[in-house]
Design a protein. Structure first.
Length: 241
């Protein structure tokens, strides 16, 4: 992960995401729905639901929306069944792209994803064609303006909690964990009073792909098109920041 900064990608897309707040809430609600459907309505007894709720709160999703999604799942109020999965493909200049979906109609979703790839210089590939280029990791982002702790103090807490790696910049601390250690590391940091800009289990590329200015423009259009799709939950890629 050395050299890869997820924070830079977050910065780049933050303004655009703020304009899509309604769609973001809808996607977060689907996450909560599926987690509650599979493991029950109590976040303390359902780690998947706890993670989905934490992510929703980190995105300022209202509690009423969260509660409604849980009640739909446990009461089956709308009769909708969602399926999750991934599509993999290549963007401009051979960039690796993984698309995480949650849908009630996989045929529709596959068609929409394939169209986005084709329209913006990419192509949809077979399962496994790019996933080997990513590692699943827990990721925690701390804005340095929100804490008085120095790097050494934070590092000591992370070592004791079982974190894997920390990268620092003038603005943020980026912390990586194994997925199974994500919850314990997050709880250890919360107990010390740390707050997070991002906290999720995600996919981190093992290598970055550099793009020309022209390819970068096409690539950005592809990512925007994929993220705009109702059934797309997340898009992971290895384009350099």
């Amino acid at each position: 992960m050395a050299g890869h900064s997820k924070w830079k990608n977050i910065q780049k897309r933050k303004n655009a995401q703020d304009q899509k707040r309604g769609k973001i809430f809808m996607k977060l609600a689907k996450d909560i729905y599926v987690a509650a459907k599979e493991g029950g309505a109590d976040p303390e007894m359902n780690p998947g639901l706890r993670l989905a709720v934490d992510k929703a709160k980190a995105n300022n999703m209202p509690n009423d929306n969260i509660d409604r999604a849980i009640k739909k799942a446990t009461g089956n109020l709308d009769g909708v069944t969602y399926e999750d999965g991934f599509y993999e493909g290549y963007g401009p200049a051979g960039t690796a792209v993984m698309v995480e979906i949650l849908t009630d109609n996989k045929n529709r979703t596959a068609s929409d994803v394939r169209h986005a790839f084709s329209k913006y210089g990419g192509n949809l590939g077979e399962n496994g064609c790019v996933s080997f280029m990513f590692h699943r990791k827990g990721y925690l982002l701390i804005d340095r303006e929100t804490t008085d702790a120095d790097e050494d103090t934070l590092m000591l807490t992370l070592i004791e909690a079982g974190a894997e790696e920390m990268e620092t910049s003038e603005e943020v601390f980026e912390i990586y964990t194994e997925p199974e250690n994500f919850k314990s590391v997050k709880q250890a940091l919360e107990a010390q009073g740390y707050e997070f800009e991002e906290a999720e289990v995600t996919f981190i590329p093992t290598t970055d792909s550099d793009l020309s200015d022209e390819d970068q423009q096409q690539f950005d259009k592809l990512i925007d098109a994929l993220e705009d799709l109702e059934d797309v939950q997340d898009v992971y890629h290895n384009a350099a920041s």
